[in-house]
Design a protein around this ligand. Structure first.
Ligand SMILES: NC(=O)c1ccc[n+]([C@@H]2O[C@H](COP(=O)([O-])OP(=O)(O)OC[C@H]3O[C@@H](n4cnc5c(N)ncnc54)[C@H](OP(=O)(O)O)[C@@H]3O)[C@@H](O)[C@H]2O)c1
Length: 436
C-alpha cells in the first residue's frame, strides 16, 4: 500500500522533495496534493497529472492523506497547519527549525496523542542525518554535550574574511551567491543557530529548552584583524552553537557565540554552506558529523528519508502510517525521544579560555589597568599580542585569558568599559581548543 503524501509549500525545498518523490520513490510514496499560495503560477509539467494543485488548505487537510510535508517555513500559518494535520491522525514531516524549536514539545505530544509521527531531520544541518544518527546510533550512550557550526551564511562570511575580505564585502558576496537571504539578521545574530541547537539539545541531551532563552552574539563585530590574530593562535573563527547538560535539576548551559576554534577541532573544518555537529558521550567520547547544511536537494534527502522512515521501508514492513503498529506509542523505529521532558532553564555561564581584542588610543598604563580589572575577577592573562606599526590613535591589541566563566568575564569587561582609552567596543570571543 502506498502512503499518500501532501506537500505544503512548493519553494526551494518543496520542489526538490517533489522531484525526489516522483523520480525515486513513486512505488512507496504517492504525491497527492501540492499546496501553495497563488498556486497557479507554481505548476510545473513534470508533476504527474493526477496530483491536485491547490491554494485551499482545507482541501488538503480534509483529504485524509497519510503524511503532510510542511515546507512553507515560519511560525504562522505553519503551526496551525501542522497542528491540524496531527489532530487528523496524519503524520507530519517538516524542515521548519523555528516551528520545531519553539513548539516541538506541544507538537510531539499531539502526534503521540493522535497516533501519527512527527519527524524533522531537515530542520537541523540540512542533509546531514544527525538527528537520526543521534537517536538510533548513539542511544546507548549518555550524551552530555552537543555543539555545531550550523549556519552556512556565517561560515561563508567568516571564511571569506579569512581570505582578507571585509565583513561588508563578504556579506555582499554571500547575497550574490545565494548564501544569504535578503534579511540575514537571524543568521548573523545567531538566532538561526539557536533554534537548531535547541532541537539538537532536545534530541541529543533529551532536554527541552526555549530557543529565545539562548543568548547569542552576532558575528558582525568580527573584523579581518581578528582572523589574522586567530591564525597566529593556530585557530580560525566560526559561529559556534552548543548545549551542555548535567543533572536534570541543573539548567542547560547553552549559547551561540562567534568563537576562536583550534585548527585541530572538527568545528574549524567547515567552509561555505557545510555544517558540522559534534556530540560528546560519557562512554563513546566525541563523534562528529559533517556535510551539506543547506540547499534544496540536500534538505529534500533528509525530508524524504523521514517519509521512508515513517512508512517503514527501512524495516521492510511497507505499511502505511495510519495502519502502522506501534505508531505514536513510543516504541519501534518511528519513536522519538526528543521533546518528552518538561522545559529546562537555560544558563550561559560556561567556562572557557577567551580572546579579547581592544582598540585604544594608546598611552602608558593601559595594559596595567586592564590587567587589574581582570585580576579583580580572578582571571589570569595568558598572553598579550600586538602587531608593530599600527596607528597609535587606533591601536588594536589582544589579550588571551586562561579559562574563566563568562559571568566573571562580563563583570571585568563592565569595569573595563568605563576606561576612557577605548576607541571601539572590545571584541570578546571564547576559545575552543578541541572538545569545548
Ligand atoms: N532552503 C534551504 O536550504 C533549507 C534548508 C533547511 C531547512 N529549510 C527549511 O525548509 C522550509 C522551506 O524552505 P525553502 O527554502 O524551501 O523556502 P521557500 O523557497 O521560501 O519556499 C516556501 C514556499 O512556501 C510558500 N509559502 C510561504 N508561506 C505560505 C503561506 N502562508 N501559504 C501558502 N504558501 C506559502 C512560498 O510561496 P511563495 O512562492 O508565494 O513565497 C514558497 O513556495 C523552511 O522552514 C526552511 O527553514 C530550508
Amino acid at each position: 500500500m502506498k502512503a499518500r503524501v501532501a506537500l505544503l509549500g512548493f519553494g526551494t525545498v518543496g520542489q526538490s522533495v517533489a522531484r525526489l518523490l516522483i523520480e525515486r520513490h513513486a512505488e512507496t510514496l504517492e504525491l497527492t496534493h501540492v499546496y501553495n499560495r497563488d498556486v497557479a503560477r507554481k505548476q510545473v509539467p513534470w508533476v504527474p497529472a493526477g496530483v491536485i494543485w491547490t491554494g485551499a488548505i482545507e482541501e488538503v487537510l480534509s483529504a485524509r492523506v497519510d503524511i503532510v510535508v510542511e515546507l512553507i517555513g515560519g511560525l504562522d500559518p505553519a503551526r496551525e497547519y501542522v497542528t491540524r494535520a496531527l489532530e487528523s491522525g496524519a503524520s507530519v514531516v517538516t524542515a521548519n527549525k523555528q516551528l520545531i524549536a519553539r513548539h516541538g514539545a506541544e507538537l510531539m505530544a499531539l502526534s503521540r496523542r493522535h497516533g501519527g509521527h512527527l519527524r524533522f531531520e531537515g530542520s537541523v544541518a540540512g542533509g546531514i542525518p544527525v538527528l537520526r544518527a543521534i537517536e538510533d546510533g548513539l542511544s546507548a550512550d549518555r550524551l552530555v554535550r552537543v555543539a555545531g557550526v550550523v549556519n552556512g551564511t556565517s561560515t561563508y562570511i567568516l571564511s571569506r574574511m579569512e581570505e582578507g575580505a571585509t565583513f561588508v564585502d563578504a556579506l555582499a558576496d554571500a547575497r550574490e551567491l545565494g548564501f544569504a537571504e535578503a534579511d540575514p539578521s537571524d543568521d548573523l545574530t545567531g538566532r538561526d543557530a539557536a533554534a537548531k541547537i535547541a532541537i539538537l539539545c532536545a534530541t541529543a541531551l533529551e532536554r527541552t529548552i526555549c530557543p529565545t532563552h539562548i543568548t547569542c552574539r552576532s558575528i558582525e563585530s568580527i573584523e579581518p584583524v581578528d582572523l589574522r590574530y586567530a591564525r597566529e593562535l593556530d585557530c580560525t573563527i566560526r559561529q559556534v552553537a552548543w548545549a551542555e547538560a548535567g543533572e536534570a535539576s541543573e539548567p542547560v548551559v547553552a549559547a551561540v557565540r562567534p568563537a576562536l576554534v583550534s585548527r585541530q577541532s572538527p568545528l574549524s573544518r567547515v567552509a561555505g554552506s557545510q555544517n558540522v555537529v559534534t556530540v560528546q558521550g560519557e562512554f563513546g567520547g566525541e563523534t562528529a558529523f559533517f556535510g551539506k547544511g543547506a540547499g534544496g536537494d540536500a534538505t529534500a534527502v533528509a525530508v524524504v528519508s523521514d517519509l521512508l522512515a515513517i512508512v517503514g521501508t527501512s524495516d521492510g514492513t511497507g505499511a502505511g502510517p495510519r495502519v502502522r503498529p506501534g505508531a505514536g506509542t513510543g516504541v519501534g523505529p518511528g519513536a522519538r525521544r526528543a521533546f518528552r521532558r518538561a522545559p529546562s532553564r537555560v544558563s550561559a555561564d560556561y567556562s572557557a579560555p577567551h580572546y579579547v581584542r581592544f582598540t585604544v588610543a594608546d598611552r602608558p598604563g593601559i595594559i596595567a589597568r586592564v590587567a587589574e580589572a581582570f585580576a579583580k575577577q580572578d582571571i589570569s592573562i595568558n598572553a598579550v599580542l600586538q602587531h608593530p606599526g599600527m596607528p597609535a590613535d587606533r591601536l588594536p591589541f589582544v589579550m588571551t585569558l586562561e579559562r574563566c566563566s563568562e559571568t566573571r568575564l562580563d563583570a571585568a569587561m563592565t569595569d573595563i568599559a568605563r576606561f576612557d582609552f577605548h576607541v571601539q567596543t572590545p571584541v570578546v570571543l571564547p576559545i575552543f581548543e578541541g572538545a569545548l
